[in-house]
Structures are given as structure tokens and as C-alpha cells.
Design a protein. Sequence first.
Length: 122
Amino acid sequence: MTIAVVEDDADVRTALQQLLRSAGFEAVTFASAEEFLASNGKGAVDCLIADVNLPGMTGVELVKRLHAGDARLPALLITGRDDPSTVALMSQAGHVPQLHKPFSDEALFDAIHRVTGKGGAR
């Protein structure tokens, strides 16, 4: 299974990529929603993990844009913030699972399983 990570913090992006790869997932990373969209990566991934507070297009806007089309890419949102504006933004995401940083490896893998319906890495 290939998972796209859209995260503007390079350290978090790298850590997530390494964690996913250590669990047997293919992981591709992007620093912004725009970079992900420009890559045409949505057709090559099975799941999307996006930070809520991205510069430019937010993770919520990215998920809403992807879900507006015919194909619904399984997605989950992550955030390290709990300020009122982030909470309000996340409420716009509907039923997209959300994880608050720091989260456990198990919480991440459980969320991936829930959105994809797949238990294993590949």
C-alpha cells in the first residue's frame, strides 16, 4: 500500500516516512498540498495523510478538493494545534479521521486501517 504524506515540517515528514516504511508501507512525501496536486500523485496512492495547517491550501481544503471528485482517496488529517481556528478548520473536514500530534504508532496504523479497510502494510 502506498501512502502520501503531505506535511510542511520536514522533520515530521521524514519521521512519518521512515515510520511508514519500517512498517512495510510505501511512503511518498510532499511539503505542500499544491506539490501533491502538481505531482499527479493522487492516482498512485492508496491513502493520504495531510497536516491540517499547511501553508497555502490547508490539509482540510486538500481533502475536500479530492473528495469532490468521483474517486474518494482514503484520507486522515494530523495536527499539532488545538487553537480555536484549527478546531474550526478541522470541523469542516466532516468524517475524515483526525490525529493530534504527538500520536502513537498504533494510533496512526489504526487510523490507516479504518480509512482504507486494509489491515496490512502491502
